[in-house]
Design a protein around this ligand. Sequence first.
Ligand SMILES: Nc1ncnc2c1ncn2[C@@H]1O[C@H](COP(=O)(O)OP(=O)(O)OP(=O)(O)O)[C@@H](O)[C@H]1O
Ligand SMILES: [Mg+2]
Length: 251
Amino acid sequence: MTIASLADQRQLRQINGQAQTNGQASTGETDRAALTASLLREKELLSEMSVLSQQQDLMAQEFDHRLGNSLQMIVSLLSLQSLAAPTPEAADQLTIAAGRVAAFGRVHRRLHFLDRQKNVELKQYLRTLCVDIADLLLEKGAGRAVVVEGAEINLPTALGIPIGFLVAESITNSVKYATGDIIVHIQTSSPTVLLSISDDGPGLPSDFNPMKQRGLGMKLIQSLTKQIGGTLEFAPGDGQRGTRLTVSFAA
Ligand SMILES: Nc1ncnc2c1ncn2[C@@H]1O[C@H](COP(=O)(O)OP(=O)(O)OP(=O)(O)O)[C@@H](O)[C@H]1O
Ligand SMILES: [Mg+2]
């Protein structure tokens, strides 16, 4: 039922009720006219509010649509530029940059559908996002998958962007350095959420120090962890194999 039709019903109820209780005809009629005028004004205001809210929704949709198109254009531009790069290393860097922008586009697209909601269910959100990321990064028919498992938890939607980007960056590394499936696991130990991304690859170098990496990936992961007020831990995965990155943060 629309806001305007609710107001119509309330208006009728109030006018009828008022007419029954007002005994004297003359004052009753004046009161009734004033009441009708004020209720009509209220109805007009509610209808204006409803139009404004629809306009705002349309503008937000238009903005999201344009941002999506712009990101796609940047991806195409970087991919084209990689074809014209003077060295294979430069071409690789441009392809990686295109991948990052594309991953951000996917995060943005997934969250766009949840924009008006205060909370997002993390597992469902990461499942849809990981389908997108796998589609973007995994070779078709390579027999690899990104699996999202564990607890369900509602988080403020605003956390969705840094978390989505962090997961995308970590999966990118697992795709690059490992060969099997990639597992995204969610565990809750109120009020803390433990989000891990693991693979069964060769594992991190024994002298690995996340603060001393030349790549952009770890820098991004650290900065995104800081953004959500979390902490980061690196360890081997199940059976002491592969790499497990765990981010702990308050829900
Ligand atoms: N899942 C992983 N398995 C094994 N080694 C990893 C994994 N993730 C990261 N590393 C190691 O950590 C290093 C730093 O990773 P980081 O993502 O910062 O850089 P990169 O992947 O080399 O470059 P970039 O992310 O800029 O493309 C890597 O070079 C690699 O040696
Ligand atoms: Mg990397």
